[in-house]
Design a protein around this ligand. Structure first.
Ligand SMILES: Nc1ncnc2c1ncn2[C@@H]1O[C@H](COP(=O)(O)OP(=O)(O)OP(=O)(O)O)[C@@H](O)[C@H]1O
Ligand SMILES: [Mg+2]
Length: 331
């Protein structure tokens, strides 16, 4: 958004967490959408909520957005306990961009936004609508019927609608699903601008690179919460740090070369290109290990071709955890 919002500008963040979820469970008859989920999100955080299809992400969003009531457990959203009595006030403090935009297809883009702005009791509707349409690059389509818009464009109208009320907490359920790469990048930039204004963002996505780039912390849900933390924390928790060493010819005594070096815990043969030798070292600290390993290899008289610290992505973390679940289900 190019202009700062009138409602959130210069306001100190409220005290306490934006979202607190404690042992929350939602069942539909015999089907459990999510179970015993506990986490919290701070004000100003961009929190990513990841998980496979059917993991319970959208149901969590709808529950925290007061559109569904939980089966058990409790939650606080924007400082208010999730309860039927508080639903109206919670909805005034948050906005939800649902999975499907739910627009009136026979109304134009601007008419849709005007209808929802009226429903939310918002003032200054024309300026708000213009600002939100500009934020999602749709100003030139304001008078088009929603029926005539492509899937991605409808998605962007849904995002504009969620921005109308200048919420402090914004739930975005797959905001970039169906968007082309440029439109997705625009949404990423918009999320960054909202973050800079102190808006708390709860983002579900299947784009793991997007989550890694945008989110302060992520939670991975597969009916139960599998893990939560900063992307780099999750990497460290799940994967040993390694240093891959490639030399032109095999070392005659690799055990003697690598054992006892600072920051190096152990080594094993690696799988490099056929015409060179490859070793994978388990390390505690790459800054300590890499120079020591380089020196040791060179002292040995070997040609050092590459020294590569391990770099696991959020996708590696996700696949590892969800794969474990699939294997556990198969047992
Ligand atoms: N209204 C409903 N009635 C019955 N079951 C439901 C209902 N809504 C969701 N479910 C079930 O709850 C589970 C979680 O669904 P949910 O939509 O929350 O998953 P999701 O993580 O958002 O998946 P996706 O990535 O496909 O969007 C699924 O098994 C789904 O079929
Ligand atoms: Mg979903």
């Amino acid at each position: 958004m190019e202009r700062e919002s009138a409602d959130t500008r210069n306001q100190a963040p409220p005290s306490g967490a934006a979202i607190v979820v404690d042992g929350l469970t939602k069942r539909f008859g015999g089907r459990t959408a999510f179970a015993d989920v506990t986490f919290s999100v701070d004000y100003g955080e961009v929190f990513g909520f990841l998980g496979p299809n059917g993991a319970g992400k959208s149901t969590t969003v709808r529950t925290l957005g007061t559109l569904l009531f939980p089966t058990s457990g409790s939650a606080t959203v924007a400082g208010l306990a999730l309860s039927p009595a508080n639903s109206g006030e919670i909805r005034r403090r948050i906005a939800v961009m649902p999975e499907s935009p739910g627009l009136y297809l026979r109304l134009s883009v601007a008419e849709n936004l005007d209808f929802f702005a009226g429903l939310y009791g918002l003032d200054d509707r024309r300026t708000r609508i213009e600002r939100c349409l500009r934020a999602v690059n749709l100003l030139d389509r304001a008078d088009d019927l929603c029926r005539s818009l492509s899937k991605g464009l409808r998605q962007r109208v849904g995002l504009a609608r969620a921005l109308l009320s200048d919420p402090r907490i914004l739930f975005l359920d797959e905001p970039t699903s169906g968007l082309d790469p440029l439109a997705a990048r625009d949404v990423h930039q918009l999320i960054d601008r909202l973050r800079n204004r102190g808006v708390t963002i709860f983002l579900t996505t299947h784009r793991l690179a997007e989550a890694e780039a945008l989110c302060d912390r992520v939670g991975i849900l597969n009916t139960t919460l599998r893990t939560i933390g900063r992307p780099d924390e999750l990497r460290e928790r799940l994967f040993a740090k390694t240093l891959e060493v490639t030399t032109r010819a095999a070392l005659t005594e690799p055990d003697r070369v690598f054992t006892g070096l600072p920051g190096v815990d152990g080594w094993s043969p690696g799988h490099g290109p056929e015409d060179c030798a490859n070793y994978v070292l388990t390390i505690t600290d790459p800054d300590l290990a890499a120079p020591a390993v380089a020196r040791a290899v060179v002292t040995e008289g070997a040609d050092l071709l590459a020294l590569k610290p391990s770099r696991h992505s959020l996708q590696d973390v996700y696949l590892q955890l969800i794969d474990e679940d699939v294997e556990a289900q198969a047992r």
